[in-house]
Ligand binder design. Structure first.
Ligand SMILES: C[S@@+](CC[C@H](N)C(=O)[O-])C[C@H]1O[C@@H](n2cnc3c(N)ncnc32)[C@H](O)[C@@H]1O
Length: 193
């Protein structure tokens, strides 16, 4: 099931809507020592800067083969070798990755649909103890040049409500990522399954 309203404008324009270095810095990648998974990677706006900042493998998933083709091309141009590519409907099929195997899951601009808990459950399943789900989305408190309808955009509280009962806990790391986004990180506890 493709998340509605998740089509992409032209690549350079999309990339211009983020302060990518600020967001990559916010991820604090030096603390991540297991693979990083990005669900709905789009053009690789974040996949590539993240992969450049880390030695761990970055697994890029998108339902659209055209998006994965673009990420593959961008990875080749960037000269990096730690990205794997998956054309997959992660809502319907999950990631197929082993439980408890990854250090961070990126859910960027994708949780604006009612069944968002499916992706949060999958993130929780594949994260290692102490692993982090990092979520960003469009702000609702200001006008933004793109983004899904304001009524469908989640906010941080809706994300916290959506993980009720899951082993994903607010880390205290929630902030505005100027100009147009907010971000929140949720940590899996260090209980062994
Ligand atoms: C709005 S874009 C965000 C791209 C990227 N995360 C970013 O922030 O630059 C959402 C992406 O999710 C992909 N997508 C939508 N539904 C999906 C699904 N069920 N499984 C995997 N990817 C999906 C779309 O094809 C699109 O590339």
């Amino acid at each position: 099931m493709k998340v509605f309203d998740s089509g992409m404008p032209e690549e350079a324009y999309w990339n211009s809507l983020f302060d990518v270095p600020l967001i990559v810095d916010w991820l604090n990648l030096k603390n991540v020592s297991a693979p990083i998974v990005e669900v709905g990677c789009g053009y690789g706006t974040f996949t590539i800067p993240v992969a450049k900042e880390t030695d761990v493998e970055v697994d890029a998933f998108d339902i659209e083969s055209s998006m994965i083709d673009t990420v593959r091309r961008n990875v080749r141009q960037a000269g990096i070798s730690n990205v794997r590519f998956f054309v997959r409907d992660v809502v319907e099929e999950g990631t197929g990755l082993e439980s408890g195997s990854v250090g961070m899951v990126l859910l960027f601009n994708i949780l604006h649909f009612d069944e968002r808990r499916i992706l949060l459950e999958e993130a929780c399943r594949i994260l290692r103890p102490n692993g982090a789900a990092a979520i960003i989305h469009w702000r609702k408190d200001i006008a933004t040049p793109r983004g899904p309808s304001v009524h469908t955009r989640p906010d941080q509280q809706l994300i916290l409500d959506s993980v009720s009962g899951l082993d994903l806990h607010f880390s205290g790391n929630s902030r505005i990522l100027e100009p147009y986004h907010w971000g929140i990180q949720l940590i899996k506890s260090n209980k062994q399954p």
